[in-house]
Write a protein that binds this ligand. Structure first.
Ligand SMILES: CCCCC/C=C/CC(=O)SCCNC(=O)CCNC(=O)[C@H](O)C(C)(C)COP(=O)(O)OP(=O)(O)OC[C@H]1O[C@@H](n2cnc3c(N)ncnc32)[C@H](O)[C@@H]1OP(=O)(O)O
Length: 323
């Protein structure tokens, strides 16, 4: 687009990057500059429209924060509260919700609040991955779907790993799958006694994500983690607390009042001190967690293509199976 057809000498065989660029340029033959420019503009326009259709949000024209379809985000008393808001679907996480949580966390990391809270609306915290996510197959087929999902999941979990402020889960009801595994990346987890914690990965032909293959054995012991992550044992809130996944359990009747009173008090603590303490506690682990996240996503990319997984999804969608 800037220089016209390729007229420079071919780079040496060991200069792999320059050679790949030269090959791509040379393959365009005598394409005129103007056409190349137009092709470039068309490509970028198509990417930006596919980002919009894939659910990525843009700020308003005046730079105000984006509106969310699957979340309610509020900020008061020094607390940014991100509420999963698909109560009729038990707050199952669809593709839009993964994108929106990522955006909401990015915004919360830069706003004036001192702590950030994730919670659910309705009777569930979240039923985990929305199993209908697997029905929206792109033109590249199931392999492309698996690849895109692995990228989405890696970015999503990466935001939790890198989140710089105290991050608290207010678990208002049962939690399933990825809604459970990511709890290992929070700084505190407060739960109603009505909640349960369930990671039915083997039942679904899946494998652990959310860095749980690393955080759960550390938090609760390898064998307790195996009971959850391999055998799908569902824990009560009290069991999850005994095993260290949950910080404290409250009676359902007084849960909201007790938790928010405590969080408002915490939010008054000096924000920089809390941020720095988190950094000191978490930074040693960050590199490891990103490596674990990458490995888990690549294993899952394969799992999603397995008969075991596909059969489990079909079973759920045809109403033959529930947890
Ligand atoms: C980018 C991709 C990343 C992928 C990351 C991978 C993550 C792994 C996981 O998270 S594994 C966990 C997956 N979750 C499940 O298997 C839960 C499936 N849901 C159920 O088993 C049940 O719905 C229930 C036990 C959570 C609740 O049962 P209950 O009888 O109380 O309620 P309903 O079944 O009637 O649910 C109400 C409506 O909500 C829909 N729904 C609930 N959960 C999900 C879900 N996870 N995915 C899709 N849809 C869900 C349910 O179908 C009902 O819809 P309807 O009213 O239209 O019938």
């Amino acid at each position: 687009a800037t220089e016209g057809p390729c007229n420079t000498p071919k780079p040496g065989v060991f200069d792999l990057i320059s050679k790949a660029k030269w090959d791509a340029w040379n393959a365009l033959g005598s394409l005129p500059k103007e056409t190349a420019r137009q092709n470039y503009v068309d490509l970028v326009s198509s990417l930006s429209s596919s980002l919009k259709s894939s659910g990525q949000l843009e700020p308003g024209a005046d730079g105000t924060p984006p509106g969310y379809e699957t979340l309610v985000v509020t900020s008061e008393d020094g607390i940014t509260k991100i509420t999963l808001n698909r109560p009729t679907k038990k707050n199952a996480m669809n593709t839009q919700m993964y994108h929106e949580i990522t955006l909401a966390l990015e915004a919360a990391s830069k706003d004036n609040s001192s702590i950030t809270v994730l919670t659910g609306s309705g009777d569930y915290y979240s039923s985990g991955n929305d199993l209908t996510n697997f029905t929206d197959i792109p033109s590249g087929g199931v392999e492309e779907k698996a690849k895109n999902s692995a990228i989405l999941l890696r970015n999503f979990v990466g935001c939790f790993i890198d989140f710089p402020k105290p991050l608290i889960a207010v678990v208002n009801g049962p939690a399933v799958g990825i809604a459970v595994t990511t709890l290992g990346l929070f700084d505190a987890v407060y739960s109603t006694d009505r909640a349960t914690f369930h990671t039915p990965f083997s039942h679904l032909g899946l494998s652990p994500e959310g860095c749980s293959s690393y955080t759960f054995p550390k938090i609760m012991s390898p064998s307790k983690a195996a009971e959850m992550l391999i055998f799908g044992k569902k824990l009560t809130a009290r069991e999850a607390c005994t095993q260290g996944l949950v910080t404290e359990v409250f009676p359902d009747g007084t849960f909201q009042k007790e938790v928010w009173t405590r969080l408002k008090a915490y939010a008054k603590l000096p924000a920089n001190a809390m941020r720095i303490s988190k950094e000191v506690i978490r930074n040693k682990e960050k590199e490891k967690l990103h490596a674990v996240n990458a490995e888990e996503c690549s294993v899952l990319q394969e799992r999603w293509l397995s008969d075991e997984c596909m059969n489990a999804v079909v079973s759920f969608l045809s109403r033959k199976a529930k947890l």
